[in-house]
Design a protein around this ligand. Structure first.
Ligand SMILES: Nc1ncnc2c1ncn2[C@@H]1O[C@H](COP(=O)(O)OP(=O)(O)OP(=O)(O)O)[C@@H](O)[C@H]1O
Length: 351
């Protein structure tokens, strides 16, 4: 049993509160990913679980034991950092066995654990090298290997791939997913990267300003966000938002130059709303409502950036190449069943 449970966890630096009472349960063997804008408290929360930051109040349980005030070494966790933090004068083997040597494990046991981690991470050939003779991806693999040899109940990853180039990131992402399948330990992972969050997580935790906005499986958050923030944060490119109002049972959307028939139950009070449209659910039609501002062709998909007469901007994702050219006048194709509606003030979803 090595789930992680946070109960009303609070962090203050002096007078400044950065984590505002987080309740969260991460199940045994679950892969949880913390996402959120810069400064929302992802790393702080992870470091509190690791014991590298003191918890101001609240309680942290790992494997059913209260570890709120426990030393990092006594929590059964191992952390992997963005910067690898390898010892330059030690070989890969020595780096990977370092934690076990420090805790006085016998050499044969250390060797067998290092060999096992090296096998899992395909580092067998590199055990005698020093970090300077490794690529970035190999160094990160050693850092992960060092975590594996310690046999933690919980792995904590703080943006482990953000120093790698795009190709290596993909490779290591797949590697981490495989590692999770193979060893089945609980993992908590902080990232800025949408694709990492969507592909690695069993459960994504979306944070904003030290509070949880929503917790859920990646596709549940994408398909069924509770509020405008989560809708805008999950999905790439981000959801478009258009100002709208409901009057006399119709949704008026100025940027679209008229009303839109949507399946949601509209509030009848002329309240300010926000219409959410995912770029991948839109298409271009003949018409005169928008001007094409810019196009980007990525090969498999292309993006058309549109601007309405009232200045509203949005992105349309098309499959393959786009026929749109900068300066073209176009209309927007919208499937009403795929729209989302939010209260402009509370940001809550209207279903
Ligand atoms: N030692 C500190 N003293 C005061 N404030 C701090 C300290 N460390 C972090 N903070 C503040 O706590 C908040 C959360 O920081 P944290 O690094 O956890 O955010 P983050 O979500 O990981 O951001 P990023 O994605 O940019 O790494 C920020 O507003 C930050 O300025």
């Amino acid at each position: 049993m090595s789930g992680v449970e946070l109960s009303n966890v609070i962090k203050k630096y002096g007078e400044t509160q950065v984590i505002h009472g987080i309740d969260l349960a991460i199940g045994d063997g679950e892969f949880a990913v913390f996402v959120g804008p810069s400064g929302c408290g992802k790393s702080t929360l992870l470091r509190m679980i690791a014991g590298l930051e003191e918890t101001t109040s609240g309680r942290i349980d790992i494997g059913g034991a209260d570890v709120t005030r426990a030393d990092p070494a006594d929590r059964g966790v191992a952390m992997v950092f963005q910067t690898y933090a390898l010892y330059p004068h030690m070989t890969v083997r020595e780096n990977m066995g370092f934690g076990l040597r420090m805790t006085g494990h016998p050499k044969p046991e250390i060797d067998s654990k290092v060999d096992e981690a090296a096998r899992i991470l395909q580092l067998d050939e590199l055990l005698d090298r020093k970090p300077a003779a490794l690529s970035g991806g190999q160094r990160q693999r050693v850092a992960i290997g060092r975590a594996i040899t310690r046999g933690p109940e919980v792995f904590l990853f703080d943006e482990p791939l953000s120093n790698l180039d795009a190709e290596l990131r993909v490779e290591m992402r797949v590697e981490i997913a495989r590692l999770h399948k193979e060893i089945g330990a609980t993992m908590i992972y902080v990232t800025h990267d949408q694709v990492e969050a969507m592909t690695l997580a069993d459960k994504i935790v979306v944070l904003r300003k030290g509070r949880i906005e929503q917790v859920g499986a990646p596709l549940d958050l994408y398909r069924d966000p509770d509020n405008r923030f989560v809708a805008g944060f999950i999905g790439s490119p981000s959801m478009n938002f258009l100002d709208a109002t409901a009057r006399d049972g119709a949704l008026h959307v100025p940027a679209l130059g008229g009303t839109l028939d949507v399946p949601q139950t509209l509030p009848g009070d002329g309240r300010a709303l926000s219409l959410g449209l995912r770029p991948e659910h839109l298409w271009l039609e003949d018409g005169d409502t928008f001007t094409v501002d810019l196009t980007e062709a990525l090969g498999g998909v292309s993006y058309a950036y549109l601007k309405a007469a009232d200045g509203t901007r949005l992105i349309v994702e098309e499959r393959g190449d786009t026929r749109a050219k900068i300066g073209d006048r176009v209309a927007l194709g919208v499937d009403p069943a795929k729209t989302m509606l939010f209260d402009a003030e509370t940001e809550l979803r209207i279903r």
